[in-house]
Design a protein around this ligand. Structure first.
Ligand SMILES: Cc1cc2nc3c(=O)[nH]c(=O)nc-3n(C[C@H](O)[C@H](O)[C@H](O)COP(=O)(O)OP(=O)(O)OC[C@H]3O[C@@H](n4cnc5c(N)ncnc54)[C@H](O)[C@@H]3O)c2cc1C
Length: 466
């Protein structure tokens, strides 16, 4: 068997965890999960599939939020699931070149830890980092909480190794920061959600470990105040800002109610404020960074721009802050039916987006409760909606498509995107057709046709039709 010993699963019990999407939105189907342990095995498997017209759905940690890794959703023909789970090697950390070469199935948190043990830093960080894999991160161009300073995954990839849709292997594991020799092919596969090829390994950028880190939890009166605070903090404290996250009071209430381990970051209940989690890291001494942040916050408190705040006094307190932020999705899930959005707009239009979106969804469904949170510094909010109190969760979730269309149309009207970091997958393939221009759709179809003329790589994902 091309997947090698122990490289496949076919009993229904073994397949179960591969077939259910994290949010429970989709349940898939496949006759076989293949788990190759080398690029040669991946190449052999895809070669056989290509020769026989068999469709393949790549999967990493199965934490994607667009149904992209779930087989059997988009077509009636059987789809094999090709998992990166056994591609686990961290090959080389090049300390002079500040790079690491890693196989696609390495879990993000494992890579962060290995790199840190070598005295370096890999900045991609997201709440799913204990499960998501590097190949999945690259295939979704994951964002996360450090985009402000280090960019999206796209900005962290220097080279890729990819098995193409005919089984041949493109060996592009370059560690170069400068290379203008022809088209930048790796960019095609980053964010392609497994529709153009299977990523087996990558060379990624590393950074020096910051010697100091300051994290503060602040309360402001409105999203407008949060945006003003963001732009002033950036001007005052410069590019040492790594994260600037916005959360409404309702999100904090949900976390405190549903996640028993969570601690209230401000130590007390605040009525109707907006919460900001801001983090700075630096090569300077901790004391210098802390003093600069405290001076800035003192000014903000005196001017009334910030109404309450707490600076993390220890690593444990910093972790507590982040676990509240990272716990929002889970808490919202426990609080009843929820409908998700992953929009971005220019930061300067974020407050306007919130005002208009809140009014539009309230008209469509009186009592709906917006829970918008996320990466304000990137203009990216998870504009999530919780069901009206007392409404049947299932009836609420049935309004998913209708409410998505309202919110997505507004984001695009304001110069934004309807999918900022989670990708298109199966979930938003229809919205891609609705909201992209005919020219963009034609270009995307031309790329798909050139790289996967048989349409065997993750069919029906990203592009609903060829
Ligand atoms: C609690 C939670 C928080 C999250 N927070 C964030 C966040 O802040 N920012 C963010 O961007 N995302 C976030 N996500 C979404 C998700 O974690 C990311 O999209 C992640 O990058 C997916 O990685 P994965 O290994 O789980 O990929 P999977 O879910 O397994 O796959 C995702 C897509 O990539 C394809 N794929 C996977 N591996 C390969 C491969 N080797 N070659 C080719 N294609 C492949 C799949 O076919 C699928 O289309 C979050 C998810 C959860 C559950």
């Amino acid at each position: 068997m091309a997947a090698g010993e122990g490289g496949w699963l076919e009993s229904p019990t073994d397949l179960e965890s591969f077939l259910t999407e994290w949010r429970g939105l989709y349940r898939g189907d496949t006759p076989l999960v293949l788990m190759p342990a080398s690029v040669e095995q991946v190449s052999a498997i895809i070669g056989i599939c290509a020769a026989n017209g068999i469709a393949i759905v790549p999967q990493g940690g199965n934490t994607g939020l667009a149904g992209g890794a779930i087989p059997g959703l988009a077509s009636s023909r059987p789809e094999l699931l090709l998992s990166s789970r056994r591609l686990k090697a961290i090959h080389a950390i090049d300390r002079e070149n500040f790079t690491v070469t890693v196989e696609a199935g390495v879990v993000l948190a494992e890579l962060q830890a290995a790199v840190e043990a070598a005295g370096l830093y890999f900045p991609l960080s997201l709440a799913a980092e204990g499960s998501c894999c590097i190949g999945g991160n690259i295939s979704t161009n994951a964002g996360g909480t450090n985009v402000l300073r280090y960019g999206n995954t796209r900005d962290l990839v220097l080279g890729l190794e990819v098995v193409l849709a005919d089984g041949s292997v493109w060996k592009g594991l370059s560690g170069l920061r400068k290379d203008n020799s022809g088209y930048d092919l790796k960019q095609l596969f980053i964010g392609a959600e497994g529709t153009l090829g299977f990523i087996t390994a990558a060379t990624l950028k590393l950074f020096p470990l910051a010697s100091s880190r300051s994290t503060a939890w602040l309360a402001v009166t409105s999203p407008e105040a949060a945006v003003r605070l963001y732009s002033e903090a950036r001007r005052h404290l410069g590019d040492e800002m790594v994260a600037f996250e916005l959360m409404p009071q309702i999100a904090i209430d949900m976390v405190l109610e549903h996640l028993p381990a969570a601690r209230n970051p401000l130590g007390k209940q605040n009525a109707d404020v907006w919460h900001v989690l801001v983090e700075f890291s630096s090569a300077r001494q901790q004391q210098q960074l802390d003093e600069q942040l405290l001076n800035f916050l003192q000014q903000c408190l005196e001017s009334g721009q910030v109404v309450d705040g707490s600076v993390a006094g220890s690593v444990a307190q910093r972790d507590d802050f982040w676990s509240v932020r990272h716990g929002i999705s889970e808490a919202q899930k426990k609080a009843g039916g929820s409908i998700k959005h992953d929009i971005s707009v220019p930061v300067s239009r974020l407050a306007e987006f919130l005002t208009r979106a809140n009014a539009l969804v309230a008209t469509a469904l009186p009592g709906v409760r917006p829970v918008p949170f996320g990466h304000l510094g990137d203009g990216n909010l998870h504009y999530n909606l919780s069901q009206p109190v007392g409404m049947d969760p299932q009836s609420f979730v049935e309004r998913w498509g209708e409410l998505n269309r309202i919110v997505h149309t507004l984001a695009v009207e304001l110069g934004g995107s309807f999918s900022a970091e989670h990708g298109i997958g199966y979930l938003k393939a229809g919205e891609l057709e609705r909201l992209k221009s005919a020219e963009e759709m034609a270009l995307m179809r031309a790329v798909k046709q050139a790289l996967d003329p048989q349409g065997i790589m993750n069919p029906g994902k990203v592009l609903a039709s060829k």
